[in-house]
Design a protein around this ligand. Structure first.
Ligand SMILES: C[S@@+](CC[C@H](N)C(=O)[O-])C[C@H]1O[C@@H](n2cnc3c(N)ncnc32)[C@H](O)[C@@H]1O
Ligand code: SF4
Length: 404
């Protein structure tokens, strides 16, 4: 991943306010594992099925929700995120039932963020009003590109025109919305990417997730790339494209609050911030993950990945958990550091003391910290441990060095 920019920004105050409920609250992730077609680059837990019995699925989600809420009584629900797969293929009635049940099971934070990921096709855009009425208040649109050739290359079922229509429709119902773009595509230049970002901004984006295309093992792109069917930008061009992203988006007031996520102040995705700040979240649906603090422990919960196995388990046992593991202190610290250094704000020192049971210097080792600070990869002050731009350019190596 190329170097993201760091430094203080206008986002500092609202982000700090948002951190309020990170330790007392909880987020809920709902995984919908179905798509109309499988994109050749995607290794998410998504499947194509001819028919889906939505009433049966609805019942299963509600059952698993009940199970997970019993493990986390009286936590304040701060956010819900419907991810996939393609959750915009869920019946709005299913979405409404899950939101309603979650709101009944936990006390709900004022302004609880409810995000749903949607593919930008006309079929799905027709449901946006119903999703809004179901309680969704933030939409994340998988536009991926504003260029028809790139969309064809990515195997998407929508074109540029359809994506723009879907975005306009989304804007009618969701003042808080975001869209995903994928860059570093074959033949892409910094100039063409800058122009595309300019178009995205002109469409009124206040939150953009811009991901560099990664080639995942087991996908059709993996084999095609190995056979030389297409060539990706080299590391230098990749870095330049990332710098282009930062310059174009920061110039328009969208700050890179995380490596790939850019937002106007206040528009950050609160649910995802919870992951990076190592707050608790529950996950329901096939292949969902959760992190729950129970007393002094952190429980890592993982559900069965296969949709068929998950629903059969829920129907027979009331939940589809594959494993519930207590993380060792070392594993917990590793996760806190790996997630937290992705954020521009870095890791909050007081929170780290509470979550990790000691200060950065005690836990990470003063010598290692000094070495990485002297090398210009990290900064440490009374309030935060942060990765510098150079540290973020080699985040994996920095984390490895830090954790020994
Ligand atoms: C799990 S997908 C779900 C969103 C929705 N189904 C869609 O495709 O629009 C979330 C996002 O991950 C990104 N993504 C998935 N695979 C990727 C890859 N191999 N490289 C870069 N980004 C990827 C895409 O931008 C996508 O919108
Ligand atoms: S990218 Fe989105 S639509 Fe495509 S297969 Fe993955 S989850 Fe489904």
């Amino acid at each position: 991943m190329p170097a993201p920019a760091l430094g203080h920004s206008e986002t500092d105050t609202p982000l700090r306010e948002l951190a309020g409920g990170i330790e007392t609250g909880i987020g809920l992730y709902v995984h919908w594992p179905f798509c109309l077609a499988k994109c050749p680059y995607c290794d998410f837990n998504s499947h194509v099925r001819e028919a889906i019995d939505q009433a049966r699925w609805r019942k299963a989600y509600l059952a698993e929700l009940q199970h997970i809420a019993a493990l986390t009584p009286s936590r304040r629900l701060e956010s819900i995120f419907f991810g996939g797969g393609t959750p915009s293929l869920m019946e709005p009635e299913t979405v409404a039932a899950i939101i309603g049940r979650a709101f009944a099971l936990w006390p709900v934070a004022p302004g609880c963020e409810v995000t749903l990921e949607a593919n930008p096709t006309s079929v799905e855009a027709k449901r946006f009003e119903a999703f809004h009425d179901a309680g969704v208040n933030r939409l994340s649109l998988g536009i991926q590109s504003l260029n028809d050739d790139a969309l064809r290359f990515l195997g998407r079922t929508h074109g540029r025109g359809e994506a723009i229509c879907a975005l306009e429709c989304a804007q009618r119902y969701f003042p808080r919305h975001s869209f995903d773009l994928i860059y570093a595509l074959p033949g892409q230049s910094a100039k063409s990417w800058r122009a595309e970002l300019g178009e995205a901004l002109a469409l009124g984006a206040s939150h953009i997730s811009a991901y560099q295309l990664t080639i995942e093992r087991g996908t059709p792109f993996f084999g095609a790339h190995r056979r030389g069917v297409f060539v990706l930008p080299d590391e230098d061009l990749g870095a330049r494209l990332y710098e282009t992203t930062l310059a174009a988006l920061e110039g328009a007031g969208l700050f890179a609050y995380e490596v790939s996520n850019h937002a106007k102040p206040g528009e950050e995705c609160r649910h995802n911030l919870r992951y990076w700040r190592y707050g608790d979240y529950a996950g329901i649906g096939p292949g969902a993950h959760g992190r729950l603090s129970i007393g002094e422990d952190t429980l890592a919960v993982k559900t069965l990945r296969s949709p068929e196995r998950w629903i059969a388990a829920v129907e027979s046992e009331g939940h589809g958990s594959e494993s519930e593991t207590r993380l060792t202190p070392g594993e917990r610290i590793e996760e806190i550091v790996m997630m937290g250094l992705r954020l521009k704000e870095g890791i909050d020192r007081a929170r780290f003391r509470r979550q990790a049971g000691g200060d950065f210097t005690d836990i990470l080792g003063p010598r290692r910290l000094r070495r990485l600070i002297a090398g210009g990869f990290l900064t440490l002050d009374d309030e935060h441990l942060r990765a510098t731009a150079s540290g973020r350019a080699r985040l994996n190596a920095v984390v490895l060095e830090l954790l020994g």
